[in-house]
Write a protein that binds this ligand. Structure first.
Ligand code: PMV
Length: 331
């Protein structure tokens, strides 16, 4: 590696149709089950990494401000994996920008760690295949491995570091699906996903979930490949409710919902049943709701969603490409 090398990557976050919840190996983030997701066009992170002998320790700036110490350390631990691969000790300067407003409660770890993976590997002159990049991004944040390939993606759980990675099932233009993120809360989650993955195993329903997930993955993959919104949407709603059932019945029960979360989920079901408006909800481990719909219905749904009590903002996403390099750097 030359004395200083710099690279910049852009990546998009993703919404899981079948969720990752629980690890077989917490340290390596080997998940208990496979998952399927779509990359989101309007929630992107751009990150520049420079390895330089001028720094005594890694520095991390997010959206124009120095990151918190826990965030800096988490990025540093991830960069240690890359330093081990190169055998070079240089610290890194990392500058990152999200295109979605901070404080919206939107998880940024998927776009953050996938962008960091590609930018840091390129800056360190390490050439990896897409599968290897995905497996490496997983070490930073599990769901980040699904933001490396583009469009619609499946993460094979695997049993080892090298065999746990995500691949593309279909490119972004395969299906003009929309994902409307309904922001109902900007409060910080009281239980983060790292803790949630550990708690999952304590729910009495968790093994039941793991047992039937292979069939759900099969149905979800088929619905996606057939572009069958109804089949995909109904399966997504069941899956989201199941994730939250596991959280609510873990040894430390976690309720991620706000009143507005339920309000939005019920409104979407009501509009579908009474007016044939084809939106289907899904949720991450948080209060905000994602509504999946056909491109033609997105504006009508947005119009109905905006005035609901507790709705702060909407972000309408299309399927997005995978992580890629940019020529312009952030510093
Ligand atoms: O990647 P993590 O550790 O932040 O976990 C993500 C967990 C969920 O968003 C709830 C589900 C998923 O598959 O993205």
């Amino acid at each position: 590696m030359p004395s200083t090398t710099k690279a910049t990557a852009k990546s998009y976050s993703n919404i899981a149709f079948v969720k990752y919840w629980g690890n077989r190996d917490d340290l390596l983030r080997i998940p208990a089950n496979g998952s399927i997701s779509m990359n989101l066009s309007e929630t992107a992170t751009v990150t520049t990494v420079e390895f330089t002998p001028d720094l005594a320790e890694d520095s991390l700036e997010i959206d124009g401000r120095p990151a918190t110490e826990p965030a800096r350390q988490r990025a540093g631990q991830f960069l240690d994996v890359i330093r081990e691969m190169t055998g070079r000790p240089e610290s890194a300067r990392v500058v990152s920008h999200n295109n979605f407003p901070m404080g919206t409660g939107i998880a940024s770890s998927a776009s953050a760690f996938s962008a960091l993976t590609l930018a840091a590997c390129t800056a360190a002159s390490i050439e990896l295949s897409e599968k290897q990049l995905s497996a490496l991004a997983r070490r930073g944040s599990g769901s980040a491995c699904r933001s490396i390939p583009g469009g619609f993606v499946e993460w094979f759980p695997g049993l080892t570091d090298a065999s746990s990675y995500a691949i593309q099932i279909a490119p972004p233009d395969y299906w003009p699906l929309r994902d409307i993120v309904v922001i109902v809360s900007s409060r910080h989650k009281n239980v983060g996903s790292a803790e949630g993955h550990i708690l999952a195993w304590t729910s009495p329903f968790y093994t039941t979930r793991l047992n039937h997930l292979p069939e759900r993955l099969h149905r979800m993959r088929a619905a996606l490949l057939l572009r069958d919104l109804r089949a995909l949407g109904e399966e997504c709603e069941l899956e989201a409710l199941e994730l939250h059932t596991i959280a609510m019945t873990s040894a430390t029960p976690v309720i991620y919902w706000d009143p507005a979360t339920l309000e939005v989920m019920q409104a979407v079901q009501r509009w579908r049943e009474e007016e044939g408006l084809g939106g289907y909800f899904t949720l991450d481990a948080g209060a905000n709701v994602h509504i999946l719909c056909a491109a033609a219905d997105a504006e009508r749904l947005a119009y109905r969603l905006r005035p609901l009590p507790g709705v702060h903002d909407l972000i309408i996403n299309s399927p997005a490409p995978g992580t890629h390099l940019l020529e312009e750097h952030l510093f």
